[in-house]
Design a protein around this ligand. Structure first.
Ligand code: ZN
Ligand code: ZN
Ligand code: ZN
Length: 369
């Protein structure tokens, strides 16, 4: 549980960043931004809920009257947040614009456009994206957040440890995915976020879902799975298996390249190096082995209250890593029409190196019969 003191620290840091950028308020939407700033967890709907963090002044949570019990019960008042409820016949956007204390505001980039239009019509707001401001707050995880991510990683890797019983020749990807989904919940997640089971040629599509394709003997199968834990922190882990027989002859050598690339990238992580240098570490190994053109995505993404968030581990991102930044290291090699492979762990940069939260074995294993 995030402490009241921690929420207060986050809110005053947000106010400080607003003052530094000459903005009078931050309007945070339901989702990761709202949960990060005050712990309130509600869905985005057509009835606007927003936390207004002011550069000068106390933060205010604006909520529809019918959802006020949830706002009261969320404990936000303990952090010094006032609650303002709006009635069905009221214009909620006018309520919000009256609280801003100025026209220059920053808005959660996950706010529905509908609400941003509403704010624009209600008052003369000049809105920019709060993405940068929120990234500055959310990118470096506290020790407590790292432990939440570690628990999430252990939960998802406990699902990988059970795959042997489900990944079998003759089963379809969707039926395997159904078993995996149940296991993700049984492992302690509140929700299943994605289950990718890419067998044979489907493994060459990095964001393949799960299809009716039936697994054949010797198929490499990419299994990329993740969920959200009850405290809001996400898991995301990929392993590539070979099912029920020897893989195609080139596959083992290709997998070996991938393992080295993932290892090289992981061990290059530490505070002070750039995000793009991690991508380069993986890409160099893969390119040298001749598969550069088949590594068609960035090496990783940040993770926290969202499964994809800054920092992005990609060429061109010169951001210097700080201790506490958490992200995936997930190089992949994809041979169109044949098969693919990816290995993914969540890692945390530390002052001296890396804290790898992934615990599932990475060596190539033949499983299932
Ligand atoms: Zn992905
Ligand atoms: Zn993944
Ligand atoms: Zn990922």
């Amino acid at each position: 549980m995030t402490s009241t003191a921690e929420f207060s620290r986050r809110l005053s840091r947000a106010a400080q960043l607003l003052r530094a950028s000459g903005r009078s308020a931050l309007i945070a939407s339901p989702g990761a931004d709202l949960r990060y700033l005050c712990g309130h967890d509600v869905h985005l709907t057509e009835r606007i809920t927003a936390l207004v963090v002011r550069a000068d002044g106390d933060p205010v949570l604006v909520t529809p009257t019918l959802e006020r019990p949830g706002a009261d019960g969320s404990g936000v008042t303990n952090i010094g947040i006032d609650i303002v409820a709006w009635d069905e016949a009221q214009d909620p956007y006018a309520v919000i614009t009256s609280l801003l204390g100025g026209s220059k505001v920053s808005v959660s980039d996950r706010m529905w456009a509908q609400h941003l239009f509403g704010l624009n019509e209600a008052g003369s707001v000049s809105a920019n994206s709060a993405a940068n401001l929120m990234a500055q707050l959310r990118m470096s995880k506290s020790a407590e957040e790292v432990e939440s991510l570690r628990a999430a990683a252990a939960a998802i890797d406990s699902v990988h440890a059970q795959l042997e019983q489900w990944l079998r020749v003759g089963r379809s990807e969707v039926s395997v995915a159904a078993d995996i989904s149940r296991a993700i919940i049984d492992a302690g997640h509140a929700t299943v976020d994605f289950v990718i089971v890419g067998s044979g040629p489907n493994g060459a599509s990095p964001h393949h879902d799960a299809s009716d394709r039936v697994i054949e003997a010797g198929d490499p199968v990419v299994v990329d799975i993740g969920g959200t834990m009850p405290d809001g922190y996400c898991s995301d882990s990929t392993r590539t298996y070979v099912v029920g027989g020897e893989p195609p002859s080139e596959f083992a050598a290709m997998y070996d390249v991938l393992r080295h690339a993932q290892q090289a990238a992981t061990s290059s992580v530490r505070a002070g190096v750039s995000a793009e240098s991690i991508d380069r570490a993986a890409r160099e190994v893969i390119t040298e082995a001749g598969y550069g053109e088949q590594f068609i995505h960035r090496t990783g993404h940040g993770i926290g209250l969202e499964s994809h968030e800054p920092p992005y581990i990609v060429e061109g991102n010169t951001l210097q890593l700080e201790a506490g930044m958490a992200f995936s290291v997930e190089p992949g090699i994809y041979l169109d029409g044949r098969y693919g492979a990816r290995i993914e762990d969540i890692v945390v940069a530390t002052e001296n190196g890396v804290d790898n939260l992934g615990v599932a074995p990475r060596e190539l294993r033949v499983i299932g019969g």
